[in-house]
Design a protein around this ligand. Structure first.
Ligand SMILES: Cc1cc2nc3c(=O)[nH]c(=O)nc-3n(C[C@H](O)[C@H](O)[C@H](O)COP(=O)(O)OP(=O)(O)OC[C@H]3O[C@@H](n4cnc5c(N)ncnc54)[C@H](O)[C@@H]3O)c2cc1C
Ligand code: SF4
Length: 514
């Protein structure tokens, strides 16, 4: 019985389920670079390079282990451009008895995989993706029968279940959450550490040339490509983070600094989402640093919560909510995405910085995504699907299962609170407190109205006024709505008009991008 074992582009782990019980004498691994996957959103050039280069390195590692790999490159003249048609060609070449594949990471691809049995007439074994702490079924069990699904409670269950940061059945340090000690602004004199980057080798350079040629018009630069594309480099990146970033990760998790996009962040999501690192080894590495006295508990717990908490939660949430979640638009937001999301050309320095680092590195850290580009999209009423496709396109770590709940649920509150308990709406004061952006901005963060006022200020109030019927009852927004109750009708109308005037003056992104 020969098996054709399909490894998708984000399944690059040696212990991925599809490779279990592989018999090198009879089985073949199929890996496919196809146009459909590189174009379904207009990906940042670095993201395409990252995935293809990591796939090529992974294929080479399998071959070194004696595995036969049938690898279809993007520029193969026979390449038909889709996973399904390439699978059909491979079946004609190898005549396998069965197909083995691991669950796909995105709904769209899973639907494709679900159709393979009917299409090919072969038995198709779809195996569970074990790279998560919690299976899709585990999340569904947890969610069933609960009115609200708050990450914090799911996280605590997983901590207990997997014994991470636990001592005699209790959370290490006596608390589940040390956020009260975290999230400080960065002192002006604190210099963020230099972070390890990974210069491209010959294999990666060949992919860069291909991407430059085929996707030269896509968003983003290639020059600063420095993501790990092998398991070994991903392990180096993990070590670099634990030594250089982790000790101060908690303190400055929400801080932003001009010209310093990485700060103390892990820079590990691209490797994690491809399968080059497992979330378990990353959490265990962080815990070991705390036990060895190399990082404080507030930092380590804060970091573990991002992975064992948020990452697992959004994964389960995505699969529980799909299909249909992609159309969420409870706030009925319809404004087109402004052009500056692609060009970075805006006098608003915070947005310029966030889009600038996104273009240069295919990276911006969580608070830039949530409180700068996301907050602006929320306040401006950008159509959720447009901003969602933007996030999916521009980040090296972007895959729908993790990006979509973060965008629709967290950043723009399009699901009306299924994921977050309130919209993450903030005025310029928050950005000023957490960054040094405002000092060099053309706008004045202290002014609330007028041509020099920070647009986040009047956009914030205009958002609350516009969404009053939907949001005023939210207990977490009681304070701003109490404040708003003291505003005259005239002042509210002026604020709405000022916000509309500003938003109408923004250029609209070319639809060619979306
Ligand atoms: C609008 C929006 C879109 C996002 N899109 C993506 C995406 O496409 N892919 C992606 O991996 N993350 C996404 N995130 C979550 C988060 O911003 C990134 O995981 C993080 O910035 C990656 O950088 P890092 O590795 O330096 O992470 P760190 O900030 O150092 O965090 C450590 C790790 O925790 C995990 N993590 C942290 N926050 C989250 C979260 N909210 N959801 C899931 N995992 C989390 C990641 O694996 C990350 O590597 C998004 C967040 C927002 C607000
Ligand atoms: S003043 Fe407003 S627009 Fe300018 S950087 Fe600060 S928050 Fe951003």
């Amino acid at each position: 019985m020969s098996a054709l074992r399909i490894i998708l582009g984000d399944q690059l782990a040696a212990d991925i389920a599809a490779l279990d019980d592989l018999d090198p004498a009879t089985d073949i691994v199929l890996m496919m670079e196809v146009m459909d996957e590189t174009t379904y959103v207009p990906h940042h050039k670095q993201k395409i390079v990252l995935v293809l280069a990591a796939m090529r390195h992974f294929a080479a590692e399998l071959r070194q282990r004696g595995v036969t790999v049938d690898y279809i490159t993007l520029d193969d003249p026979e390449n038909t451009g889709s996973l399904t048609t390439e699978l059909q060609r491979a079946i004609a070449r190898h005549r396998p008895d069965r197909l083995v594949v691991t669950e796909a990471g995105e709904w769209r691809v899973q639907e494709m995989v679900n159709g393979w049995h009917k299409l090919t007439g072969l038995p198709v074994e779809i195996r569970e993706d074990r790279r998560f702490f919690a299976s899709r079924a585990r999340f569904a069990d947890w969610a069933r029968g609960r009115k609200t699904w708050r990450m914090e409670f799911f996280y605590r269950e997983l901590r207990r279940e997997h014994g991470i940061l636990m001592e005699q059945g209790q959370p290490a340090g006596g608390e589940w959450n040390f956020d009260a000690e975290n999230r400080k602004p960065l002192p002006a004199r604190t210099r963020p550490p230099d972070r390890r980057r990974f210069p491209p080798d010959d294999v990666t350079r060949a992919v860069m040339a291909l991407v430059g040629q085929r996707f030269g018009g896509n968003f983003g630069a290639l020059d600063d490509f420095g993501w790990p594309v092998t398991r070994q480099d991903a392990l180096f990146a993990l070590r670099d983070f634990i030594e250089a970033g982790l000790p101060q990760f908690g303190d400055y998790q929400d801080a932003m600094k001009a010209g310093a996009p990485f700060l103390f962040h892990a820079l590990l999501a691209p490797a994690l989402n491809l399968g080059l690192l497992s979330p378990r080894e990353v959490c265990q590495g962080a815990e070991a640093a705390w036990r060895a006295g190399a990082a404080p508990l507030n930092a380590v717990e804060g970091f573990v919560r991002q992975i064992l908490g948020w990452r697992e939660y959004v994964h389960g949430f995505y699969w529980h909510m799909m299909p249909g979640y992609e159309d969420s638009n409870v706030l009925q937001a319809t404004r087109p995405l402004p052009a500056f999301y692609w060009t970075g050309e805006t006098p608003m320095r915070c947005l310029r910085e966030a889009v600038g680092s996104t273009a240069r590195y295919a990276y911006a850290h969580h608070i830039q995504r949530l409180m700068i580009t996301g907050n602006f999209a929320l306040l401006a009423g950008i159509a959720p699907r447009q901003i969602e496709r933007w996030y999916l396109a521009v980040y090296a770590d972007a895959y729908e299962w993790v990006e979509m709940p973060n965008t629709l649920g967290m950043a723009v509150f399009a699901d009306g609170g299924q994921m977050a308990s309130k919209p993450y709406a903030a005025s310029g004061a928050y950005i000023n407190r957490m960054s040094d952006f405002c000092a060099g901005c053309r706008y004045d963060v202290k002014q609330k109205t007028g041509p020099d006022a920070c647009p986040f200020n009047y956009l914030y109030w205009a958002f609350l006024i516009r969404q009053k019927d939907r949001l005023a009852q939210n207990p977490r927004l009681a304070m701003p709505y109490r404040n708003l109750a003291g505003w005259s009708a005239e002042r509210q109308a002026e604020t709405l008009a000022e916000a509309e005037g500003f938003l109408d003056g923004l250029g609209e992104a070319s639809t060619a991008f979306l």
